[in-house]
Design a protein around this ligand. Structure first.
Ligand code: SF4
Ligand code: SF4
Length: 137
Protein backbone atom coordinates (compact mmCIF):
# COMPACT_ATOMS: atom_id res chain seq x y z
CA UNK A 1 0.00 0.00 0.00
CA UNK A 2 2.80 2.41 0.94
CA UNK A 3 5.07 1.44 -1.99
CA UNK A 4 2.89 2.94 -4.78
CA UNK A 5 2.51 6.09 -2.69
CA UNK A 6 6.29 6.41 -2.28
CA UNK A 7 6.78 5.77 -6.01
CA UNK A 8 4.33 8.55 -6.80
CA UNK A 9 6.06 10.95 -4.42
CA UNK A 10 9.47 10.07 -5.89
CA UNK A 11 8.18 10.78 -9.40
CA UNK A 12 6.78 14.13 -8.26
CA UNK A 13 10.05 15.05 -6.55
CA UNK A 14 12.00 14.03 -9.65
CA UNK A 15 9.89 16.32 -11.87
CA UNK A 16 10.12 19.11 -9.28
CA UNK A 17 13.91 19.31 -9.59
CA UNK A 18 14.26 18.61 -13.32
CA UNK A 19 14.52 21.30 -16.03
CA UNK A 20 11.06 22.59 -17.02
CA UNK A 21 9.97 21.95 -20.61
CA UNK A 22 7.32 24.67 -20.55
CA UNK A 23 7.96 28.29 -21.53
CA UNK A 24 6.39 31.54 -20.32
CA UNK A 25 4.47 32.42 -23.47
CA UNK A 26 4.02 35.17 -24.71
CA UNK A 27 7.03 36.71 -22.93
CA UNK A 28 9.15 33.75 -24.03
CA UNK A 29 8.94 32.41 -27.57
CA UNK A 30 10.63 29.64 -29.49
CA UNK A 31 10.85 29.39 -33.30
CA UNK A 32 8.20 27.18 -34.90
CA UNK A 33 9.11 23.79 -36.33
CA UNK A 34 10.69 23.67 -39.81
CA UNK A 35 7.59 22.06 -41.26
CA UNK A 36 5.32 24.77 -39.82
CA UNK A 37 3.07 26.46 -42.39
CA UNK A 38 2.14 29.98 -41.35
CA UNK A 39 0.90 33.00 -43.24
CA UNK A 40 2.26 33.23 -46.79
CA UNK A 41 4.78 35.67 -48.21
CA UNK A 42 5.90 36.71 -51.68
CA UNK A 43 9.51 36.43 -52.87
CA UNK A 44 10.95 39.47 -54.64
CA UNK A 45 12.68 39.52 -58.02
CA UNK A 46 15.85 41.49 -58.89
CA UNK A 47 13.73 44.65 -59.30
CA UNK A 48 12.33 44.34 -55.79
CA UNK A 49 8.87 43.47 -57.13
CA UNK A 50 6.93 40.26 -56.62
CA UNK A 51 8.17 37.21 -58.52
CA UNK A 52 4.53 36.27 -59.12
CA UNK A 53 3.68 36.09 -62.85
CA UNK A 54 -0.05 35.80 -62.18
CA UNK A 55 -0.31 32.36 -63.82
CA UNK A 56 -3.25 31.52 -61.56
CA UNK A 57 -2.07 28.01 -60.60
CA UNK A 58 -2.25 28.75 -56.87
CA UNK A 59 -5.80 30.01 -57.36
CA UNK A 60 -6.77 26.81 -59.19
CA UNK A 61 -5.27 24.36 -56.68
CA UNK A 62 -6.46 26.19 -53.57
CA UNK A 63 -9.05 23.91 -51.93
CA UNK A 64 -10.55 26.82 -49.97
CA UNK A 65 -10.83 29.02 -53.07
CA UNK A 66 -9.47 31.89 -51.04
CA UNK A 67 -7.14 33.34 -53.73
CA UNK A 68 -8.32 35.87 -56.30
CA UNK A 69 -6.03 37.14 -59.09
CA UNK A 70 -6.37 39.68 -61.88
CA UNK A 71 -3.58 39.56 -64.45
CA UNK A 72 -1.87 42.43 -66.28
CA UNK A 73 1.24 42.96 -68.41
CA UNK A 74 3.83 45.68 -67.95
CA UNK A 75 5.47 47.67 -70.76
CA UNK A 76 8.13 44.94 -71.18
CA UNK A 77 5.47 42.28 -71.65
CA UNK A 78 5.96 40.73 -68.20
CA UNK A 79 2.84 39.38 -66.55
CA UNK A 80 2.15 40.50 -63.02
CA UNK A 81 -0.78 40.37 -60.60
CA UNK A 82 -2.79 43.56 -61.01
CA UNK A 83 -4.83 42.23 -58.08
CA UNK A 84 -3.69 39.43 -55.81
CA UNK A 85 -5.90 38.74 -52.82
CA UNK A 86 -5.55 35.89 -50.37
CA UNK A 87 -8.24 35.69 -47.71
CA UNK A 88 -6.33 34.38 -44.69
CA UNK A 89 -9.56 33.80 -42.75
CA UNK A 90 -10.47 31.02 -45.20
CA UNK A 91 -6.97 29.59 -45.72
CA UNK A 92 -6.43 26.14 -44.22
CA UNK A 93 -2.63 26.41 -44.55
CA UNK A 94 -2.38 23.27 -46.65
CA UNK A 95 0.62 24.63 -48.61
CA UNK A 96 -0.75 23.68 -52.05
CA UNK A 97 -0.22 27.25 -53.34
CA UNK A 98 3.48 27.03 -52.50
CA UNK A 99 3.79 23.61 -54.14
CA UNK A 100 1.95 24.67 -57.31
CA UNK A 101 3.87 27.89 -57.94
CA UNK A 102 6.12 27.36 -61.01
CA UNK A 103 8.34 30.40 -60.34
CA UNK A 104 8.76 30.01 -56.55
CA UNK A 105 6.99 33.29 -55.85
CA UNK A 106 4.79 32.31 -52.90
CA UNK A 107 5.91 30.50 -49.77
CA UNK A 108 4.33 29.46 -46.52
CA UNK A 109 5.84 31.65 -43.80
CA UNK A 110 6.55 31.28 -40.11
CA UNK A 111 4.02 33.74 -38.65
CA UNK A 112 1.73 31.98 -36.19
CA UNK A 113 0.39 34.90 -34.15
CA UNK A 114 -2.15 37.23 -35.71
CA UNK A 115 -5.06 38.78 -33.90
CA UNK A 116 -7.47 41.37 -35.27
CA UNK A 117 -10.89 42.62 -34.28
CA UNK A 118 -12.11 42.68 -37.89
CA UNK A 119 -11.90 40.44 -40.93
CA UNK A 120 -10.56 43.05 -43.37
CA UNK A 121 -6.90 43.05 -42.18
CA UNK A 122 -6.75 39.33 -42.95
CA UNK A 123 -7.10 40.02 -46.66
CA UNK A 124 -3.53 39.61 -47.92
CA UNK A 125 -2.65 41.74 -50.93
CA UNK A 126 0.54 41.83 -53.01
CA UNK A 127 1.93 44.62 -50.80
CA UNK A 128 1.15 42.75 -47.58
CA UNK A 129 2.61 39.50 -48.94
CA UNK A 130 5.81 41.34 -49.89
CA UNK A 131 5.87 42.98 -46.44
CA UNK A 132 5.52 39.55 -44.82
CA UNK A 133 8.82 38.58 -46.47
CA UNK A 134 10.59 40.77 -43.87
CA UNK A 135 9.70 38.36 -41.07
CA UNK A 136 10.70 35.38 -43.23
CA UNK A 137 14.33 36.11 -44.19
S1 SF4 B 1 -2.35 27.26 -48.05
FE1 SF4 B 1 -3.93 26.04 -49.09
S2 SF4 B 1 -5.85 26.99 -48.47
FE2 SF4 B 1 -4.24 28.48 -48.00
S3 SF4 B 1 -4.12 29.78 -49.82
FE3 SF4 B 1 -2.60 28.15 -50.10
S4 SF4 B 1 -3.69 26.56 -51.26
FE4 SF4 B 1 -5.24 27.93 -50.40
S1 SF4 C 1 1.96 32.95 -56.76
FE1 SF4 C 1 2.91 31.53 -58.21
S2 SF4 C 1 1.27 30.09 -58.73
FE2 SF4 C 1 0.28 31.90 -57.83
S3 SF4 C 1 -0.23 33.18 -59.57
FE3 SF4 C 1 1.77 33.85 -58.81
S4 SF4 C 1 3.25 32.72 -60.08
FE4 SF4 C 1 1.28 31.68 -60.31
Amino acid sequence: MIIPLLKGLALTLNRFFSKPITIQYPEQKIPPAKRWRGIQYFEKDERGKTKCVACGLCMIVCPSQCIYIETAEDEEGRRYPLTYELDATRCIFCGFCEEACPVKAIFMGKTYEWVEGQRKPFLMTTEKLLEEKKVNP
